[in-house]
Design a binder for this molecule. Sequence first.
Ligand code: HEC
Length: 172
Amino acid sequence: MAFPTTTLGLGSYLVNGPGDCNACHNAGPGNNQFLPGGNPFFGQPKHINPATYLGGGRNFGQLGTPPSGANIISRNLTPDKTGLPSGGDTFEEFRQIMRTGVDFDHLHPTCPGVPDATCVPAPFNGNLLQVMPWPNFQNMTDNDLRAIYEYLRAIPCIEGPPAPDPLHHDCH
Ligand code: HEC
């Protein structure tokens, strides 16, 4: 279904303006959302790197004091070969993620005992996305979330690292 330009315009505004999604969802390691020579923090004219745009991979490290357990890494929000964003999420799933922080991929359960690289230490709830500002995004309207979703459907797929890396998307 084609959505009107106004929907994509609102989606682009929310993703690239107030949502600041690419600051966290650029492909890591490191914050590489800008092209070499295009980093505004260096006083250079801003140039977004299309090869890392919303591809995920920025590493936010471990949770807790002292830090332990899994590294929290942003996800690939680009569409895959299904044409649906975030590697095949329906709008219903996407809305639930943005409202409740549910991690449908269960990449890091809560550690049952001593933390290792596969789990997050209690009291962090491993069923929920960490670092991701869903407690804030849950205040957006359905219309806002739909606009973000349609914008994310319209951007190019980024393949990311090879499977089974969770950042990998099958583009074709
Ligand atoms: C402060 C950093 C940050 C910002 C800003 C941010 N995210 Fe995230 N997001 C993350 C991290 C980190 C994860 C993975 C968390 C985890 O593994 O616990 C994530 C996960 C997600 C997921 C789950 C993906 C999946 O495969 O289930 C979606 C969807 C998502 N973000 C969408 C967005 C959108 C849309 C925006 C902008 C409106 C956004 N994020 C802004 C850090 C961020």
